[in-house]
Design a protein around this ligand. Structure first.
Ligand SMILES: *[C@@H]1O[C@H](CO)[C@@H](O)[C@H](O)[C@H]1NC(C)=O
Ligand SMILES: *[C@@H]1O[C@H](CO)[C@@H](O)[C@H](O)[C@H]1NC(C)=O
Ligand SMILES: *[C@@H]1O[C@H](CO)[C@@H](O)[C@H](O)[C@H]1NC(C)=O
Ligand SMILES: *[C@@H]1O[C@H](CO)[C@@H](O)[C@H](O)[C@H]1NC(C)=O
Ligand SMILES: *[C@@H]1O[C@H](CO)[C@@H](O)[C@H](O)[C@H]1NC(C)=O
Ligand SMILES: *[C@@H]1O[C@H](CO)[C@@H](O)[C@H](O)[C@H]1NC(C)=O
Length: 190
């Protein structure tokens, strides 16, 4: 599988390069590393300094706790760091995780709002921010995510309403893909 992925990827890179697109503009795992380092620096406290060992700079990010990478594209596909009592805010950079499918930062004390850049997470299928201290009313980015199926926002301090455009997410709430979905989700959660 990895092999045919790589062939396709190389072909895509070849075509991009032929079209004079610079390789420097193609996001890769280094982009994801920069993003996660930005997130780590936006987390001001965590119990027992857990991130120092869970998200150590000397460990490749794909082996960090709560991080899943796709073997195919070697990009971060899941950021599942729930119940870690992380206290912090969401940096703009998070929108650079362009292969992200699952974002679960539930059961912590993240606060503030969601940056508009999250609308770049076009592959995102699940967002779980349940039980945090988010106050940002603007959740409009959610309606710009065509693949979103599972949205959990409860137990926060939101003041605003869920935008009406939200209803145009036709895939939302459909459960037929739950099984497929759980293949790359942490099985211990189900
Ligand atoms: C990722 O892209 C940068 C340029 O944006 C490049 O310098 C770097 O070598 C690439 N890293 C990998 C692992 O491909
Ligand atoms: C990631 O996103 C931030 C803010 O949106 C941006 O400034 C930065 O250049 C982006 N790219 C990388 C590789 O971090
Ligand atoms: C969302 O987060 C809450 C709190 O951590 C958890 O109880 C729930 O199972 C999560 N839902 C999904 C679908 O992951
Ligand atoms: C969450 O927000 C409420 C209201 O603003 C505040 O009283 C509480 O201390 C916050 N909790 C944490 C853990 O930051
Ligand atoms: C809310 O966010 C969307 C995109 O995420 C942006 O277009 C819009 O201007 C924002 N609205 C407010 C009131 O900030
Ligand atoms: C949903 O509607 C908004 C504006 O109402 C639009 O910008 C957005 O592209 C639509 N999303 C999808 C997935 O069609």
């Amino acid at each position: 599988m990895g092999r045919s992925c790589n062939l396709l990827f190389n072909l895509a890179v070849f075509i991009l390069l032929r079209d004079h697109t610079s390789l420097a503009t193609i996001p890769n795992i280094s982009t994801d590393e920069a993003t996660l380092l930005a997130l780590r620096s936006h987390i001001s406290s965590h119990p027992n300094n857990i991130l120092a060992s869970y998200w150590s700079s000397s460990t490749p990010i794909c082996r960090w706790i709560g991080i899943t990478c796709s073997s195919c594209h070697h990009r971060v596909t899941a950021l599942d760091v729930y119940s870690m009592q992380l206290h912090g805010t969401i940096p703009l950079h998070l929108g650079n995780l362009s292969f992200l499918i699952s974002l679960d930062i539930s059961d912590s004390t993240f606060h503030g709002g969601f940056p508009e850049e999250l609308a770049h997470l076009q592959r995102l299928k699940l967002i779980n921010v349940t039980s945090n201290n988010f106050t940002g009313a603007n959740s409009s980015f959610l309606s710009l995510l065509p693949n979103l199926r599972f949205v959990y926002l409860s137990s926060n301090q939101f003041a605003g309403k869920i935008p009406t455009s939200f209803s145009n997410l036709t895939k939302l709430g459909s459960v037929e893909n739950t099984e497929k979905f759980s293949q790359w989700r942490d099985p211990s959660r189900n």
